[in-house]
Design a protein around this ligand. Structure first.
Ligand SMILES: O=C(O)c1cc(C(=O)O)c2c(n1)C(=O)C(=O)c1cc(C(=O)O)[nH]c1-2
Ligand SMILES: [Ca+2]
Length: 688
């Protein structure tokens, strides 16, 4: 049936979402359709004419942090989110602003987010726009005006758990569902369903046990409890298993599949000392969409200890396999294996590595990974391949039924883990990553220098043969999500600031444009009055982009929308050097005895936001070795005075003393000196 424009803006319902899968005129949910394929049947733009793409319009989000949202387009209006969960409604034909909704997330929550103050987008349904906010609220807005209609608090206890919402809600059958992140700090995973009318809660399912002895509130909890050490430290910090991104509604079977996150703390030795699979960490779980009742699970990583979240994008497909036509789930999670899972019963059909993997050699007949002996880093440090950054992170992939290929933003970021026997829950231990900001890893990191090199590529993967078909190499990890079309194209933005169209079959690069900043979000496409548009929200950031960059440009967040023969001029871009200092703060005084303790304090307070001083070069947050010398000389006053509070940096007055901050400054200055000296020596060597 043809979808007809409704009199209510965004008057989207289940029927319209399904009809749009065939017409492709709108982009009605985060990953396009209920199957979450990111495959659009639009074909006006194709391999023959894509070279004629030009800018139709651009729109400034007015933001400086990571932009991860895929724009939703319904009834000619685009709904897109920027950092800090701000929603923008834009005329999808002209780029004119219709309204902006700012949930006013208190800046303290910036330090609750493990991985930047990002948001992946909204859901639209029956005249409403739904957004999850970084501080844990689910908010319903009137689509026509952006007026807040209701909000519910999804966090069960802010004194215990640092839950944040970064993912996009999903909607079906008058329900809106949302999970949350937080499992690097303190979190217990669950997904909740609310009624779209008024936000009343309909059901909630927990991914880790709430109790270790009866009464259990459902059989899935009882089964899970037996797989955890009853006395383990997970009881203090929540256990993890957060459902922070992937959720997919199966309208044929009326189920919701969710991907669950890593353990909290990461290290199973300290989380659950007696071992165990720790259900339902790192799993794909099927729930009854009406009741939230558990149906089945497939645990990809029993007893996770590597931050191997299974939260990455899940796609529903029907594949012709040797065994016949099967309804399957396609999954390429952090851990480096590509899974094809039977979605009726949750049985593993196949699992093959799509990058180099060193924690397991494969899967046995029963669907369990065959682990590599030393990979749990119990006795000695271990370089994880893939690392906690994931062989594929949240950046959405796509599946084109015509080519039969899945387009994966694959990558590697080196990291080594070592068991930390001194770890204690919620305790500041200098040298333990971000522990003064309540991170709970149970590991010390990079005590051996990793040997692997960082990489990023676009991978075209055949899920039937379970093998690579083509790839495009990039300069850097952390490239954007993908989208594919019936025009035979794949679109992807890159960490080095380009937006590119490829031939979906061959991987040939057909068109590209510079967009002024690294791209991490996934593109979308839609059609209005016979014109097909391709759009992408740009803004460098996310967990890798906080401290690293792959381009010398850093523009503010922006939506770029293209069409054939578009003639709008590309908006101005800003050089990184216009926004941040790029000279090392070297040659300044500090006390040598402060450097060692300063390094330890730097790791436990600053590392994941600002990177390694002078060795990293800064991402969307500055690298402190390039600071204004004046700032470094006054650092205690600034860091302990909340100078950057409005930008989301905590006030460290209660966490560090003046002497501590001086030690941190000494370490930064020492690193600046070391790197400046090496650079000078290298320059001298190169002179004739
Ligand atoms: O365990 C969690 O609860 C959790 C949450 C999130 C998040 O909500 O963004 C990320 C992660 N983990 C994570 O491991 C990760 O690599 C990551 C990257 C990003 C990002 O937006 O760039 N978020 C997250
Ligand atoms: Ca995580």
């Amino acid at each position: 049936p043809q979808a007809t424009p409704s009199p209510t803006p965004a008057g989207v319902d289940d029927h319209r979402i399904r009809a749009n899968q065939a017409s492709g005129k709108e982009w009605l949910s985060y990953n396009f359709d209920y199957d979450e394929t990111r495959y659009s049947p639009l074909r006006q733009i194709d391999t023959g004419n894509v070279g004629r793409l030009g800018l139709a319009w651009s729109y400034d989000l007015g933001s400086e942090r990571g932009v991860e949202a895929t724009p939703i387009v319904a009834d000619g209006v685009m709904y897109v989110t920027g950092p800090w969960s701000v929603v923008h409604a834009i005329d999808a034909r002209t780029g004119a602003r219709l309204w902006v909704y700012d949930p006013k997330v208190p800046p303290e929550f910036g330090a609750w987010a493990c991985c930047d103050v990002v948001n992946r987008g909204v859901a639209v349904y029956k005249g409403k726009v739904f957004v999850g906010t970084l501080h844990g609220y689910l908010v319903a807005l009137e689509a026509a005006s952006g007026k807040e209609l209701w909000r519910v608090d999804t966090n069960i206890d802010r004194t215990r758990y640092k839950h944040t919402i970064t993912g996009a809600p999903r909607v079906f059958r008058d329900k809106v569902v949302i999970g949350h992140g937080g499992a690097e700090l303190a979190a217990v995973g669950y997904v909740s369903a609310y009624h779209v009318d008024d936000g009343r809660m309909l059901w909630r399912w927990f991914s880790v046990p709430q109790r270790v002895e009866p009464p259990f509130y459902d059989p899935s909890q009882e089964r899970a409890a037996a797989t955890w050490d009853p006395k383990g430290a997970w009881r203090e910090v929540g256990g993890g298993g957060t459902i922070w991104d992937a959720m997919v509604y199966d309208h044929e079977l009326n189920r919701l599949y969710v991907g669950t996150g890593n353990g909290n703390p990461w290290n199973r030795e300290v989380r659950s000392p007696s071992g165990g699979d720790n259900l339902y960490l790192s799993s794909v779980v099927a729930l009854d969409a009406d009741t939230g009742r558990y149906l089945w699970h497939f645990q990809e990583v029993p007893g996770d200890t590597w931050d191997y979240t299974a939260t990455q994008h899940l796609i529903l497909a029907e594949l012709k396999l040797a065994s016949g036509k099967r309804k399957v789930l396609l999954h390429a999670p952090k851990n480096g294996f590509f899974y094809v899972i039977d979605r009726q019963d949750g049985k593993l059909i196949s699992a093959k590595p799509y990058v180099e993997v060193n924690w397991a050699t494969g899967y046995d007949e029963s669907g369990r990974p065959i682990e590599v002996e030393d990979a749990r880093a119990r006795q000695k440090p271990w370089e994880t391949r893939p690392s906690a950054y994931g062989a594929h992170n949240w950046h959405p992939m796509s599946f084109n039924p015509n080519t039969g290929l899945v387009y994966i933003p694959a990558q590697g970021v080196p990291l080594a883990i070592e068991h930390d026997p001194q770890w204690r829950a919620r305790t500041h231990l200098p040298g333990r990553p971000m522990s003064n900001l309540d991170w709970n890893l149970g590991y010390v990191l990079n005590t051996i220098p990793p040997q692997a090199k960082p990489f990023g590529h676009l991978l075209a993967w055949d899920p039937v043969a379970q093998k690579e078909v083509w790839r495009q190499e990039y300069l850097s990890p952390w490239n954007g999500g993908t989208m594919t079309t019936a025009g035979g194209l794949v679109f992807q933005g890159t960490a080095d600031g380009r937006f590119i169209a490829y031939d979906a079959k061959t991987g040939a690069s057909l068109w590209q444009v510079e967009v002024g900043s690294g791209v991490i979000a996934g593109p979308a496409t839609y059609e209005i009055d016979g014109t097909q548009y391709v759009t992408v929200a740009v803004g460098w950031g996310g967990v890798y982009g906080l401290a690293a960059r792959a381009t010398e440009r850093l523009s503010q967040g922006r939506v770029y929308t293209f069409k054939l023969d578009g003639k709008a001029p590309l908006p101005p871009v800003r050089e990184y050097a216009q926004l941040r200092r790029t000279t090392l703060a070297s040659g300044l005084p500090y006390r040598a005895e402060d450097v060692g303790p300063g390094a330890q304090l730097y790791v436990s307070n600053c590392l994941f936001c600002h990177g390694v001083p002078a060795l990293d070069r800064g991402g969307n947050l500055p690298n402190l070795a390039y600071s204004d010398p004046q700032i470094l000389s006054e650092l205690p006053k600034l860091v302990r005075g909340g100078a950057w509070r409005a930008r989301g940096m905590p006030d460290f007055a209660e966490r560090l003393s003046d002497a501590d901050v001086e030690r941190i400054a000494a370490f930064i200055l020492n690193m600046a000196d070391i790197v400046a000296q090496t650079q000078a020596e290298n320059a001298a060597d190169q002179e004739p």
